[in-house]
Ligand binder design. Sequence first.
Ligand code: M6R
Length: 607
Amino acid sequence: MCGIIGIVGKSSAQPSIIEALEKLEYRGYDSSGIATVSDNSIIRRRAVGKLSSLKELLNKKPIKGEIGIGHTRWATHGAPSLENAHPHKVGKVALVHNGIIENFHELRSQLISEGQTFVSDTDTEVIASFCSKLLESGMSPDEAVVNTLNNLEGAFALCFIFEDYDNILIAARKGSPLVVGWGSGEMFVGSDAIALASLTNQLTYVGEANYVVLSNNEAKFFDFQKKEITPEKVFINSESVLISKNGYRHFMHKEINEQPSVISYALGSYTGSDRKKITLPSQLPNFSEMDRITMTACGTAFFACNVAKYWFEKISELPVDIDIASEYRYREPIFSKSTGAIVVSQSGETADTLAALRFAKNKAMQTVAVVNSENSTMAREADIIMPIRAGVEVGVASTKAFTCQLVALASLVLDAARQRKKISSSEEEEFIEHLFTLPRLINEVLLKENEIINICSELAKAQDILFIARGSLYPLALEGALKLKEISYIHAEGYAAGELKHGPIALIDNRVPVICFAPSNILYEKTVSNIHEVIARGGKVLLVSDRKGLKDFSGDVWASFEMPECDSFISPILYALPAQLLAYYSAIEKGTDVDQPRNLAKSVTVE
Ligand code: M6R
């Protein structure tokens, strides 16, 4: 989940590398670095912290060279430090790496026993050292790289440059994403299409366990046995991946505010002009023949699966197992030939979710990838893609992708229910109408941001916060807690409201705010009982409910927030808004780095 970039250019590589790294900073921001080849030597600049530190350094000490590599790091092996920052250089080779080398201890010990020394704690320096040894033995760059690749275990995307070669860059991937960009008289390679969007709109996705040799006018692709291959070129709409804050202070705030429009767009694309029937991509999952569904994802996307389980089971009468992707394939799940597998991922690159998808494919399950990035590895490997159409999401905290995942999953649920003859066409139409009320209702919540700001001025003083809810809103309690921890660093946990009394209620006192999502639905009364249990123990409750829910509540809450009334089918989507805004404004109150919170990265491509 680092970002890598390589350029074989026709003018100074530094500005384009920095521009690409700006786009890649969402993948990691512990340190960054750049290396070029100029006058037969490799020059490097590296800096700890955000990309701005590297830019300052380069302002003072720019580097020459038309061929170069760049990196933005999310630390795996070794703390964020100058020594551990990429590019790593040993002898006549420098490289950048995204991934984890699992056999690096063995390789490192072997190299030490042969007299090599190391200056960093990283697995990457081991790759550089191994490759350098082979170059010194007389191998060409191509031979040395292939030999190195065949000795690595784990996941990697790599870019190599060589001291005596100012027109060759070699890049390789196994497990981590990599894309080549075609320019005119220049070639690019990077972690994703976003990094290359301002450089070119012609891309070739590097295949699994393939490498590519780039010069400034061609790219030759090979597998690790050196067999040449010819992957296809794709053309992207660069504007669709170019990103800006559009006047907002943070990407997260912009993305929260984009939800009415992206949901409307996504829904339009799933329903056609008459809005009466869900019309999904041409190849549909065959839900009528499925006996159950297994859903896997990580983080926020996993909470979207939690909500979908309620919908699939209630509306389509299809049993659903949900698993955290990093656990799924290790628990020996039970399935049959008729089990369908759905993975959900904003990036489509999350290593654990990708591994879960491959596990399901190996077991011959029909696989569906619910993804935002339609060119991602998951999108390319799954049998069926369900695009969520949220547009590029930059803020590390997922917001519009979550609500769009829910809208996409809700549409899949309706499609499944129709195929399985569990709903009539008029019922389907009614569900669709409810979904179409979302943009308006979300706008209504957004108009009340000031109330959330007031609440957060007090809320952000807490050290611990609990979120509670019941039924299909319970995953929103989990999501609210994750969002808050992630960007405000306040400790928070989500619980099923009825579960409090089995332990967590011992935490309650007047310093622990309890945020309760309780729309006036069939579970309202039961949730209210749980709120009273909290109040009776001196707890301070923020009640988030609709007008009826707030009116019917008798008791002393610390604060309340009124939500628009909505059908209970869509309430898990609408209640994402207060969860997001409470986290956002608590983070603002605490002065944290909202878009790039500490220790995190947007796309987690390591297991
Ligand atoms: O790209 P993905 O949806 O697969 O990412 C999964 C999680 O890493 C992600 O949702 C993470 O939990 C977010 N930072 C939460 O806001």
